[in-house]
Design a protein around this ligand. Structure first.
Ligand code: SF4
Ligand code: SF4
Length: 435
């Protein structure tokens, strides 16, 4: 597909990466080794520098053709290059803008359009639709059909689709949706009042993680409010180039928490946190919401970041595990938070921490990347599990539900059956031992 893309037409649409951002890249190549797709393929066009060069060509009137789309879509948007770049190139927002531009121009088959419209416009923003989908998936898993399908080897015959099924999260009942709208008191003296944003799919598939998050916050003197009107953060929409849809979700979340007089708004999902903290950029051109978005972004805290910033309740039992930690890209590269999760793990009595090589390189999860780019995601995951195996850790800790699913698949496929846990789940376990 070659679309006309004159500079005038582009300016009129006002999409695509900003010229000032493109100009920042001095093409030094210092980001190449931080890029998972470049590490796997060794191809310049699939490196950050190569992708930026292609964005520049499009910005100068070059075509948005199949080649360009392929290289942009193979990017994980992990932002490892952003951390490595000494010139401060804001690659994350550039790839989002490039994808939004592609999205604005591209004609997809009607079946894909229908599926995307359903997922992004009907499923993710709607509690009712998520609950219906969750109930269906729960029945498939609980009635034993999933076990039969997996045991028969049918999935192996389905190739890529079989591997994708292996990544499907387990639905947990009762859904966390039942807790939305409630307030949980602090244990002991109330030191903080926080709001907790519970995610969208996480209300079906990470319900126990969400409960653990609330308990750990309570143990640390927090009154935890779970605002009733919250919805999906819009991260998957932004990463897929659907900025308008993301803006509508952002406005709703801002309205849900802004008048609550919270000390902080908490998320336990690094992928969501990265987008939530950037609402002020997403709504920069919205006169009604620009200021509100800035206030909201200032209050947003990842759970690791928040707990590491307060005096942690040390009343924990011993966990005699060896644990390694995989940086979640959207925590490390998106939010620049590296020390906080390690500090929390070190605070757990009895726990032995072992750093893995290349902990800062993406595991291949990247939102829905491991579904839509499954071959590359699995190649990256295999290398990740080699790094994990070197540590001989029993537990791989991380800070994002999407990474947990990918690493669980990795432990089954290429690992030694390591347990995968969110940092907050290990803290919760240690607190429970002293309860
Ligand atoms: S993105 Fe940064 S590190 Fe990479 S080539 Fe450009 S200036 Fe160099
Ligand atoms: S975001 Fe990640 S995959 Fe994309 S170019 Fe940067 S380092 Fe490579």
């Amino acid at each position: 597909m070659a679309e006309s893309n004159t500079v005038e037409e582009r300016a009129e649409r006002s999409t695509g990466p900003a010229q000032a951002d493109l100009d920042k890249c001095v093409h030094c190549g210092l980001c190449l080794n931080a890029c998972p797709t470049y590490r796997e393929l060794g191809v310049e066009m699939d490196s950050p520098r190569g992708r930026i060069q292609q964005m520049i060509q499009v910005s100068n009137g070059g075509p948005i053709d199949a080649d360009y789309i392929q290289h942009m879509e193979l990017c994980l948007a992990c932002r490892g290059c952003e951390t490595a770049c000494p010139s401060g190139v804001p690659y994350g927002r550039m790839i989002e803008a490039a994808r939004a531009e592609i999205e604005a121009q591209r004609e997809r088959p009607w079946t894909t359009r229908l599926a995307r419209r359903f997922i992004f416009n009907r499923l993710l923003p709607s509690r009712v639709m998520l609950e219906i989908a969750g109930a269906g998936l729960y029945l498939y898993q609980a009635c034993g059909l999933q076990k039969v399908v997996r045991a028969t080897g049918v999935l192996g015959l389905l190739g890529k689709f079989g591997r994708i099924e292996a990544l499907a999260p387990t639905v947990e009942v009762p859904f966390f949706f039942s807790q939305i709208g409630k307030t949980f008191p602090a244990e002991g003296e109330r030191l903080h009042r926080v709001a907790f944003l519970a995610g969208c799919i996480a209300n079906l598939t990470f319900c126990r993680l969400n409960e653990a998050t609330v308990r750990v916050l309570q143990k640390n003197g927090c009154e935890v409010v779970i605002p009733g009107e919250q919805n999906c953060c819009g991260a998957l929409h932004v990463h897929s180039g659907l900025k308008e849809e993301a803006r509508a979700l952002a406005r709703n979340n801002i309205d849900a928490v802004l008048d609550g007089e919270f000390d902080a708004v908490i998320t336990n999902a690094a992928g969501c946190g990265s987008t939530l903290k950037e609402y002020h950029e997403l709504l920069a051109d919205d006169p009604e919401y620009r200021e509100k978005a800035e206030q909201f972004s200032l209050k947003m805290k990842d759970i690791n970041e928040f707990l590491a910033s307060i005096e942690l309740n040390p009343n924990m039992g011993r966990l005699e595990y060896t644990v390694t930690y995989q940086d979640s890209c959207h925590l490390l590269h998106g939010q620049k938070i590296k020390a906080a999760p390690r500090k929390l793990l070190h605070a757990i009595p009895g726990l032995t921490f072992r750093e893995m090589p290349n902990a800062d390189v993406c595991c291949g999860s990247a939102g829905i990347y491991n579904i839509v780019q499954n071959d590359m995601a699995m190649q990256i995951l295999e290398h990740k599990m080699t790094s994990v195996n070197v540590t001989k850790a029993h537990v791989v800790a991380t800070a994002n539900p999407g990474c947990m699913l990918q690493l669980e698949a990795g432990a089954r496929l290429y690992g030694t059956g390591q347990r995968v846990a969110h940092v907050v789940q290990l803290l919760d376990e240690a607190y429970q031992l002293k309860a």
